[in-house]
Design a protein. Structure first.
Length: 73
């Protein structure tokens, strides 16, 4: 089996992550450790959201980033 690509992992799990109440987006970025990670963007980071989102998906770290209100321009 080939190397697991973070884009593929994000795409496989994006709809499930977006279905979590309070999640406004999913992307790819760099973790605090400097490695590729899946970023989950939320309006407000709460304990409930923190418990609902896995810390790791298919070997990639998942980080929650609080953005506040997102408004399209």
């Amino acid at each position: 089996m080939g190397k697991i690509m973070i884009d593929d992992v994000k795409n496989r799990h994006e709809s499930k992550l977006l279905s979590i109440d309070g999640v406004t987006g999913v992307g790819i970025g760099r973790s605090k450790k400097g490695t590729p990670c899946i970023k989950v963007y939320v309006k407000n980071k709460t304990e409930e959201i923190d418990k609902s989102i896995p810390k790791n998906i298919e070997g990639f770290d998942v980080e929650i980033e609080e953005l506040g209100e997102v408004v399209a321009l």
